[in-house]
Design a protein around this ligand. Structure first.
Ligand code: NAD
Length: 450
C-alpha cells in the first residue's frame, strides 16, 4: 500500500498495512465462505452475545480508534470519538436482530405458509475514505447480525481504523473468518468482490462513477447490491424562519468533515426577502468556525484528506465568485478555508457537481415552487434541510423534495436506527434503521400441505 500521510501536517505515518493481491483477496473470500455455515447456524442468542461483546471492546478502544482517525483522515477529535461510538452503537442496535429476524405466517388454504429470512453468505463491503468507521459498521453490523460473514475493503487512503476494528472483533470472540478486513486497491480487491461468485452481495459506498461500474459488474451474476453514492443536497431557508438560527447552523451542515460528507448541504437556497440578512449572518458564523489542528479539542474543521482532494476542490474555485471565506492554518497539510460562493447560474459546475470539500454555493429564490424546483434540479437526491416556522409548508416541501433524508429546522440526517439512502443517482437501497438486516437476507417462502 502506498505510504499514508497525516493530512494535518503532510508527514508520513509509519503504519501502512500491506495491500492485498488478487490471490490474497481470493484466499480471504474462501475463508469467509468456510466460516459462514457455523456463523449462520450459531444459536441466535449466542450471535447476539458476540455482537454485544464486540461493541463493548470497540467502546473500550474508543479513544485509540479516534486518535487513529485524527492521524489518518484528519477528522476532528470530537467527530472521531463520535464515529467510533457510532460503530459501538450500530453493533449494539443490530445485536438485537438475531433473536428477532422473524418470518411471517400467511393464511393459505390446505396447509400452512411460512417465510424465513435467510442470510446470503459472504457479503463484500467497499468503504470510502470520508467516514471510514461509521460506513464500515453500517454494512458489517446488520450483515453479521443476519448471519452473513463479511469481507470488507477500506479505502486506500484510510485503512487504519478498519484494520484495528477487525482485530478487535477477534479479541471480542468473533470466530476467525467471520469479519475479514482486506486493505487493497479498488481495482483489485473491490473489483474481486464484484466478480467472485462466492461473494453474494456487494454493499458499496463511494462515488457515483464507481457505483455505476459496480452495479454493471454485479449484473453479470445478478449479484445483490446496495449503493450509497454522492450528493448535492439543498438547505432551503424560507424567510418565515428564524434567519439567525438558520445562518448559525448552516456552516456545520456543509463544512463538517471539511465538506467531505455525502450529505453536505452544499447548496443553500434562501428566500429573496431574507437573502441579504442570511448571507450577512452566514459570514459571521463562517468566520467564527474554528479550523485548527483536528487533535485540538476545540477544532471544528480539519484539513482535506489528501493533496489530490485539495487540488480537486481548488479547481472548482478557479473563476468562481467567492463571497467570503473563513480561516485555515498556513503551512503544511492539506488545508483549505471554508468558502462561500454566490451562484446565479444553475449550469455552473460548482452548483451541480459534488465538490466534496469546504465550499458552499448560495442562491436566492422567490417562492415555494421555485425552491422545490431548484432543489430537485440535480441528478442527486441524498439529503437536505428545510428551515421554516410554517408546519404545513415544512411537510409540503418535505414531500416534494426528491431526497432520501430530510430534516426540518435541523441538519441531522443519519441516525443508526432510522433508514438512510438516496433517491436518483445518490444510490440504491437503504442502510441503517430497523429493516437493514433484511437487505442482507433472502426471503424464502415455504408451503406445508396439511
Ligand atoms: P470512490 O468511489 O473513489 O471509492 C470508494 C471505494 O471504492 C474505495 O474503497 C475504492 O478503493 C473502491 N473502488 C474504487 N474503484 C473500484 C472498482 N472499480 N471496483 C470496486 N471498488 C472500487 O469514492 P471515494 O473518493 O473514496 O469517496 C468519496 C465518494 O463517496 C463521494 O462521491 C461521496 O459522496 C461518496 N459517499 C457516499 C456516501 C453515502 O452514504 N451516500 C457516504 C460517504 C461517501
Amino acid at each position: 500500500m502506498s505510504t499514508l500521510i497525516n493530512p494535518s501536517t503532510g508527514e508520513e505515518l509509519d503504519a501502512s498495512p500491506a495491500s492485498a493481491s488478487l490471490e490474497d483477496a481470493d484466499a480471504v473470500i474462501a475463508r469467509a465462505h468456510e466460516a459462514f455455515p457455523a456463523w449462520r447456524d450459531l444459536a441466535p442468542g449466542e450471535r447476539a452475545r458476540l455482537l454485544r461483546a464486540f461493541a463493548a471492546v470497540v467502546d473500550a478502544h474508543n479513544e485509540e480508534l479516534a486518535r487513529l482517525e485524527v492521524l489518518n483522515a484528519g477528522h476532528t477529535i470530537a467527530n472521531a470519538r463520535w464515529e467510533a461510538g457510532n460503530v459501538r452503537d450500530c453493533l449494539n442496535y443490530y445485536s438485537a436482530t438475531p433473536e428477532r429476524l422473524f418470518g411471517r405466517q400467511i393464511p393459505v388454504a390446505g396447509g400452512t405458509d411460512v417465510t424465513f429470512h435467510e442470510p446470503l453468505g459472504v457479503v463484500g463491503i467497499i468503504v470510502p475514505w470520508n467516514f471510514p468507521m461509521p460506513i464500515a459498521a453500517w454494512g458489517f453490523a446488520p450483515a453479521l447480525a443476519a448471519g452473513n460473514t463479511v469481507v470488507l475493503k477500506p479505502a486506500e487512503l484510510t485503512p487504519l481504523t478498519a484494520t484495528r476494528i477487525g482485530e478487535l472483533a477477534l479479541e471480542a470472540g468473533l470466530p476467525e473468518g467471520v469479519l475479514n478486513i482486506v486493505p487493497g486497491k479498488g481495482s483489485v480487491v473491490g473489483e474481486r468482490f464484484v466478480t467472485h461468485p462466492l461473494v453474494r452481495k456487494v454493499c458499496f459506498t463511494g462515488s457515483t462513477t464507481v457505483g455505476k461500474q459496480i452495479m454493471a459488474g454485479c449484473a453479470d451474476q445478478v449479484k445483490r447490491v446496495t449503493l450509497e453514492l454522492g450528493g448535492k443536497s439543498a438547505n432551503i431557508v424560507f424567510a418565515d424562519t428564524d434567519v439567525a438560527a438558520a445562518a448559525a447552523s448552516a456552516p456545520y451542515a456543509v463544512f463538517d468533515n471539511a465538506g467531505q460528507d455525502c450529505c453536505a448541504r452544499s447548496r443553500i437556497l434562501v428566500q429573496r426577502s431574507a437573502y441579504d440578512e442570511f448571507v450577512g449572518r452566514l459570514e459571521t458564523s463562517v468566520k467564527a468556525l474554528r479550523v485548527i489542528d483536528p487533535a485540538d479539542e476545540q477544532s471544528e474543521m480539519g484539513p482535506l484528506v489528501s493533496a489530490g482532494q485539495r487540488d480537486s476542490v481548488r479547481a472548482y474555485l478557479d473563476g468562481a465568485s467567492i463571497a467570503f471565506t473563513g480561516s485555515a492554518p498556513d503551512g503544511p497539510g492539506w488545508w483549505l478555508p471554508p468558502t462561500v460562493v454566490e451562484s446565479s447560474d444553475t449550469s455552473e459546475a460548482i452548483w451541480r457537481e459534488e465538490v466534496f470539500g469546504p465550499v458552499v454555493a448560495v442562491m436566492p429564490f422567490d417562492d415555494e415552487d421555485e425552491a422545490v424546483a431548484l432543489a430537485n434540479d440535480s441528478d442527486y437526491g441524498l439529503s437536505g434541510s428545510i428551515f421554516t416556522s410554517d408546519v404545513g409548508r415544512a411537510l409540503r416541501v418535505s414531500r416534494r423534495v426528491e431526497a432520501g433524508n430530510l430534516s426540518v429546522n435541523s441538519h441531522s440526517s443519519v441516525r443508526y436506527w432510522t433508514p438512510f439512502g438516496g433517491y436518483k443517482q445518490s444510490g440504491l437501497g437503504r442502510e441503517l434503521g430497523p429493516d437493514a438486516p433484511h437487505a442482507f437476507t433472502e426471503e424464502k417462502n415455504v408451503f406445508i400441505a396439511h
